[in-house]
Ligand binder design. Sequence first.
Ligand code: LRH
Ligand code: MN
Length: 431
Amino acid sequence: MTDFSISEDLLQAENAARKMALDEDYAALTRALSRRGIDGDALTRSIMAFGVAIPTWGVGTGGTRFARFPGPGEPRHLFDKLEDCATIHHLVRATPTVSPHFPWDATSDYAALREVAAKHGLAFDAVNSNTFQDQPNQEHSYKFGSLSHVESAVRAQAIAHNIDCIAIGRRLGSKALTVWIADGSNFAGQSNMALALDRYLDSMREICAALPADWRVFLEHKLYEPAFYASVISDWGTSFAAAQELGPKAQCLVDLGHHAPNVNIEQIVARLVRFGKLGGFHFNDSKYGDDDLDTGSVEPFRLFLVFNELIDARMRGADGFAPAYMLDQSHNVTDPIESLMQSAIELQRAYAQALIVDRSALAEAQAANDALGAHLELKGAYTTDVSPILAMARLRAGGAIAPIETYRASGYRKHKAKERPPVARTSAGIV
Ligand code: LRH
Ligand code: MN
């Protein structure tokens, strides 16, 4: 019995039922946009070209330190995850790449993995290393850190793991390594914060030396958790300074949930662009801490403002501007496939809204210190409902006008629940 996948017939039938309404809404929106001098079809083509990577660790149900409640038809291994990633891309046509995490996604044959992904129309984005958990039979524990650990043997083990991840990534066709470390302390005095950073930099220099010529390494900063007094790479400033010191292949990755509440993330993005050190993003949303909630589900205006900086940078032709877009979320109470589809759409929405900002009117208002005028240029774009353009982009790219409804109509999850025997309930943790 072949594994169930959503048929073209079902997709066509679901689209046919919605096509007339979409055509009407699309015509009305493109007429309104053309009055603002914006070509609706060109905008739709831009959205069709937008892509974001799916985190393999986000395809299964996530959890917290308290508990994880797996749902039906959980992916058992990377091949199930790729199948679910293919289903997401089939319907939203905006997630052509997957970002794997090792050793969570370790497998015996990476060439075969690459082939299976290619059959699903998927490629691999940045690989993620993991020196924040101890693996069975691991020689040295990461309890007190990894790349910044006081013991050279532990650092060497962590460096070797990152170099292994690069080797795996090369076989998968990736071009970047993301390094997030949990290293830090819970008590004042527990760690010499200056020497910890020096040890981290020494370790990262060895990892950078192992990067192929056309690769990048993304340094991911995070204010706290699991360290609750000081994290070694706690903020964009430390990450930026480290990337400067490590050289041109080293850039900074902005995980939206890794900042103190109310930090101006869009300004951090503008700064990293200015210095040519914006490597990429882990998109998600948060209300308090690193909540890993669905992108655009808490602060959609902030997400728009981040994309406003990205479009401004692109329009200005900022040097070395090639940010990698990846999602990094934990789906504790929703079907991960639905959350990932909606999150990709919310990214497209912020991108489309940022593309319709009248940048010359905005620059004029800024030059005239017309504060409200300038703000309303942004608000005008942000309050434009671009949904018909997002739906038309999906339709023209062979996807679903209404992905969530089409996914539910397919009964995909029910089929997977039959195909995939239930996994044993793991007590807690994000995966
Ligand atoms: C750390 C982080 C990092 C991943 C992990 C799954 O909080 O954002 O990007 O390695 O989540
Ligand atoms: Mn992250």
